[in-house]
Design a protein around this ligand. Structure first.
Ligand code: PLP
Length: 392
């Protein structure tokens, strides 16, 4: 037996471990002092009433012979696939329900989708990046081509002369930088992928935070995307499903490579490798797409967006460079006074009792930057903003 030796390529991720260790050490020495946690990428508000009511209803369905559901269709329940397709139509994107695949979340799909492609592909990953992109591709034995983003391009790199890649991960709005591509910029990536026969894996996990009308919610708003892109989305941040688990993937009928149809291949994959997402969860997810559900999730999103504004106002008083916050629940700021991100982490913890996330954890080019998340309570965010402005 030979194990998958690609696993030996994986680097230990010390990021959240180090943060936890440092935070605990500080707390042991300063018992009784309250820390403001502005680092977490998890939501803090509960599921909306429409979702809770649908979940309860679905549990009751499972209690009675007449409404009980056993195995669900592997690619997703028609009622949810149709609700998602109808939601795309409201954004002006023509997707039909059979191009929608219900999943247990975006993380699962970002790695599993690699089953569609031959091993040993060259995969372009823009850094700083959500760490799962790199690790899933290392496990799959792919070759990673890091496309480094910088402050000069607003952390929105564009395809450059000489770039050769089979797969391209794009996350917009981005985690960790919060930067989001506008239509014109995304069109450059779509044209590039079509020209090179590459496939874009578009991570739209934060689309619900977009405020700017120039920023597309879906890559399929861009002409030509249906022949070069797969969109992976999640209800985690949109509707507070981080612990409930549901997402969806869009593979257009038009997407073919080497004479093979990727949507057909994914149907074959799903019918082999899953037995679908639970009926109860899919009922809860479908409630997100009702008018009532949409209004309620907007209320939660509004609170996170207000948090972002509170932090941005504080940063604006300091003159420090930052991006994000406008279309995403993350703010990515340049560390002050030439500090690196771990030095700033220590300073912030020690002098302002704020825990954030050092940019270096998302790739070497994040060394001088720092991520704040806006998922905390408005009270903690306001307090953190005040302390931050004072410190800086
Ligand atoms: N993609 C990005 C960019 C994320 O930041 C996250 C979670 O933080 C995910 C995907 C994972 O989402 P899910 O909870 O659906 O697995």
């Amino acid at each position: 037996m030979i194990p998958n030796t690609n696993y030996s390529q994986l680097k230990e991720s010390y990021l959240f471990f180090n943060i936890a260790q440092k935070t605990k050490a500080w707390q042991d020495q300063h018992s009784g002092q309250r820390l403001l946690r502005m680092g977490i990428g998890d939501v803090s508000l509960p599921l909306s009433p429409a979702v809770i009511s649908a979940l309860h209803g679905a549990v009751e369905d499972q209690a009675k012979a007449g409404s009980f559901h056993g195995y669900m269709p592997e690619c997703g329940a028609p009622f949810l696939r149709e609700a998602i397709a109808a939601h795309y139509q409201t954004k002006g994107v023509d997707i039909d329900s059979e191009e929608v695949f219900v999943s247990s979340g975006a993380s699962d799909e970002l790695g599993d989708i690699l089953d569609l492609f031959q091993r040993g592909q060259t995969v372009a990953i823009m850094e700083p990046a959500y760490p799962a992109y790199v690790d899933a591709n290392l496990m799959a034995g792919n070759r990673i081509l890091k496309v480094e983003a910088s402050q000069e391009q607003g952390f929105l790199p564009l395809p450059e002369e000489g770039l050769e890649a089979d797969l391209i991960y794009i996350c917009s709005p981005n985690n960790p930088t919060g930067a989001a591509y506008d239509r014109e910029q995304l069109r450059k990536w779509v044209d590039f992928a079509n020209q090179k026969d590459a496939v874009i894996l578009f991570d739209a996990a934060y689309e619900a935070f977009i405020e700017d009308p120039e920023v597309p919610h879906s890559i399929f708003e861009i002409e030509g995307a249906k022949t070069c892109a797969i969109e992976i989305c999640s209800l985690s941040k949109t509707a507070g499903f981080t612990g409930t688990r549901c997402g969806y993937t869009i593979i257009p009928r038009e997407l073919t490579r080497g004479g093979m149809n990727l949507r057909q291949m994914w149907i074959r994959n799903r019918t082999t490798k899953t037995n679908g997402v639970s009926y109860i969860i899919q009922k809860g997810a479908a409630a997100v797409f009702t008018p009532e559900g949409q209004a309620q999730i907007q209320e939660n999103l509004r609170i996170y967006k207000e948090n972002a504004k509170t932090l941005m106002r504080a940063l604006d008083t300091t003159g420090i460079w930052y991006t994000g916050g406008k279309n995403a629940p993350y703010i990515w700021m340049r560390c002050p006074a030439g500090m690196d991100s771990w030095a700033f982490f220590d300073l912030l913890l020690d002098r302002a009792q704020i825990v954030g996330t050092p940019g270096e954890g998302f790739g070497a080019c994040g060394r001088d930057f720092f991520r704040f998340s806006t998922f905390s309570s408005p009270q903690d965010t306001a307090e953190a903003a005040q302390r931050l402005a004072h410190l800086l």
